[in-house]
Write a protein that binds this ligand. Structure first.
Ligand code: R2B
Ligand code: URA
Length: 314
């Protein structure tokens, strides 16, 4: 076992801190706060009025998928809009992310990879703090795509924990020239509840650990990038080792998502559909319409979960 080969098979989550969207004394000294990438600020927007009833924040990589999710939630929640009204992208003043609100549900796109997600989570946490939401009541979800390990493509994985490319259960961030480690655990009770909901709507879903990487190609052990200095055998040895440690899927944001939510003490879950079995190949060649249906699966689980929480029946 080398120094990075931690035993991650039976990890106990560290206790969550008391929920608090922000932990930063500097914020209290600021007259105004500009959430630059969301094109919202405390000077020109009444964030309390706009967001105080938010309870479910759903994140996903693609702007069009998160727009579609918002419209889907309008139907699912039978959300009444004033005649002639339609959903608007609340962050349309910025072209970095899209942000839609359907009653207590926020649907927001985070782009690809940890840096893009990290900026957004900072600003969403501050937004909810300005809005006066209760950090013990709001839940964050990432609805995404991933490569599976030994799973039928189309299976949804609910992440028990996220690990980095060295299979370590924390996110490392360089701050002021020093490495800081933030544990990346998710909430077991919430996960079990989501698993029950998934089963109740007949959606093939498993619990497992998720490996989160900083790169789609070499970082995920792909042989088909522009560069590659390892063999098929090296790749399979690594993927099988990860699989043997309970890793069910691979994507690019769960580590940061879990670590930042854990740091805030906000309940969170990651639900990613698998687009291929990485033990069988690297290329994603499934027809577009099939992949569209697969990508709706985490959204369907989400909707069923939210409706259950809100006491809305079909
Ligand atoms: C899943 O899919 C994207 C890469 O194709 C990335 O954002 C991720 O986590
Ligand atoms: N997203 C990833 O990050 N990896 C995959 O293999 C598929 C989707």
């Amino acid at each position: 076992m080398d120094q990075n080969d931690m035993d991650i098979t039976n990890m106990e989550p560290p206790p969550s801190p008391k929920p608090s969207f922000v932990r930063n004394a500097n914020l209290a000294t600021m007259k105004e706060d500009y959430l630059y990438h969301l094109a919202l600020d405390t000077e020109h927007h009444d964030l309390k009025d706009m967001f105080k009833d938010v309870r479910f924040v759903c994140f996903g990589g693609s702007p069009s998928r998160m727009k579609a999710f918002a419209f889907y939630m309008v139907d699912e929640l039978k959300y009444k809009m004033v005649a002639g009204q339609t959903l608007e992208n609340i962050s349309r003043g910025s072209d970095r992310y899209v942000l839609y609100k359907v009653g207590p549900v926020l649907s927001v796109s985070h782009g690809m990879g940890i840096p893009s997600l990290s900026i957004l989570i900072h600003e969403i946490l501050k937004l909810l703090n300005h809005a006066g939401c209760d950090p013990g009541e709001v839940i964050f979800f990432r609805l995404g795509t991933s490569g599976g390990l030994g799973l039928e493509p189309g299976t949804v994985v609910i992440s028990e924990a996220a690990v980095d490319g060295l299979l370590r259960p924390y996110m490392e961030v360089a701050i002021l020239g020093l490495i800081n480690q933030f544990p990346a655990f998710l909430c077991p009770m919430l996960n079990n509840e989501l698993l029950d909901v998934a089963k109740s709507i007949g959606c093939e879903t498993v619990l497992g650990k998720t490996m989160c990487t900083y790169d789609f190609y070499e970082g995920q052990g792909r042989l088909d990038g522009a560069f590659c200095d390892f063999t098929e055998e090296d790749k399979m040895n690594f993927l099988k080792r990860a699989h043997g440690k309970g890793i069910a899927n691979i994507e690019m944001e769960s580590l940061c998502f879990a670590a930042m939510c854990h740091r805030a003490g906000v309940k969170s879950a990651v639900l990613c559909v698998t687009l291929l079995d990485r033990l069988k190949g690297d290329q994603i060649s499934t027809p577009h319409d099939v992949m569209e249906e697969w990508q709706q699966r985490p959204q369907r689980i989400m909707s069923a979960f939210i409706k259950k929480k809100l006491g809305i029946s079909d």
